[in-house]
Ligand binder design. Structure first.
Ligand code: ZN
Ligand code: FE
Length: 248
C-alpha cells in the first residue's frame, strides 16, 4: 500500500511534510520546522501523528520537536546530533530501517550540510525526504562537512531511481536557477529555469522534484560534466564555493 504526503509551507521558505502510511493510517512529520504549523497540518488532515523523522539538528528542522511531542505523544526518530537542540527518542544511522506502519524507510547518511544529516528513502514507493542535502537545482551549504562528504551524499541520492520523488526542505529553486544558469548553458536547464521562474511568479511551489530531473539539470549533480578538469568531489567543491559567493 502506498503513502500519502501532505506538504505545507512554513517559516520564510521551509516546507513541512506529513506522510501517512495508507494501510494503517499512521503518520510521521518529516522534521518540525514550526511546531504550530505541524500541529495545524495534523489537525487539518486528521491523521494520527505517531512519529517525527528528523533529518538534522538545525532549528528549522528539529526546533518544534518538544512542542509537537508534548501535543501528540509521538516518538522522535533522527540522527544523534538532534540532541544538540531538541529531544530525540530513537537515534538512527545509515542502513537502519524505520517503520511507518507497513511502509519502510531506509536511512541514508547524507552528511555534509551538517555532519550527521540523514535522508529517508521509501524504496517501495520511490519517495525520498532529503532535508537540506539536495534541493531543486541546488544543494545544501556545507556548514559542517567537507566537499568529499557532501559529494558522497549527493552521489548516494543520485543513485536512487530516476522516478524517485524528492521532497526537500526549502523553496530555494528560483535563486538556485539563477546560479545554475551562470555555470551551465544546457538546453534542459534553460527550459527548466524558465518553468521555475514562471511558476514562482504565479506563487506555485517547485518542490517536490525527481532524481531524474535533478540529474539532468542540477549543476551540483552535473559537477563532473561542468568541470571535467577536476576530480568529481573537487569539481563539486568548486561549484559549491562559487555558489556561496554568487551575487545573483
Ligand atoms: Zn539546515
Ligand atoms: Fe533548513
Amino acid at each position: 500500500m502506498p503513502i500519502t504526503v501532505h506538504q505545507f509551507a512554513c517559516l520564510d521558505d521551509n516546507y513541512g511534510y506529513l506522510v501517512k502510511d495508507d494501510a494503517t493510517g499512521l503518520a510521521a512529520a518529516i522534521d518540525t520546522p514550526d511546531a504550530e504549523a505541524v500541529l495545524r497540518a495534523v489537525k487539518e488532515t486528521g491523521w494520527k501523528l505517531a512519529y517525527i523523522f528528523n533529518t538534522h539538528w538545525h532549528a528549522d528542522h528539529a526546533g518544534g520537536n518538544a512542542a509537537v511531542k508534548a501535543a501528540t505523544g509521538c516518538e522522535i526518530i533522527g540522527p544523534p546530533e538532534v540532541t544538540r537542540i531538541a529531544p530525540l527518542d530513537r537515534p538512527v544511522k545509515e542502513g537502519d530501517e524505520v517503520k511507518l506502519g507497513e511502509t519502510l524507510f531506509r536511512v541514508i547518511d547524507t552528511g555534509g550540510h551538517t555532519l550527521g544529516h540523514i535522508s529517508y528513502y521509501d524504496g517501495a514507493d520511490h519517495v525520498a525526504f532529503v532535508g537540506d542535502t539536495l534541493f531543486a537545482l541546488g544543494c545544501g551549504r556545507m556548514f559542517e562537512g567537507t566537499a568529499e562528504q557532501m559529494w558522497g551524499s549527493l552521489s548516494k541520492l543520485a543513485a536512487l531511481p530516476d522516478d524517485t520523488t524528492v521532497y526537500c526542505a526549502h523553496e530555494y529553486t528560483a535563486a538556485n536557477a539563477r546560479f545554475a544558469l551562470s555555470v551551465d548553458q544546457a538546453p534542459a536547464l534553460k527550459a527548466r529555469a524558465d518553468q521555475v521562474f514562471a511558476a514562482r511568479e504565479r506563487g506555485e511551489w517547485t518542490v517536490p522534484t525527481t532524481i531524474g530531473v535533478e540529474k539532468a539539470t542540477n549543476p551540483f549533480l552535473r559537477a563532473p560534466v561542468l568541470r571535467p578538469d577536476l576530480a568529481p568531489a573537487q569539481a563539486f567543491g568548486a561549484l559549491r564555493a562559487a555558489k556561496d559567493n554568487f551575487k545573483g
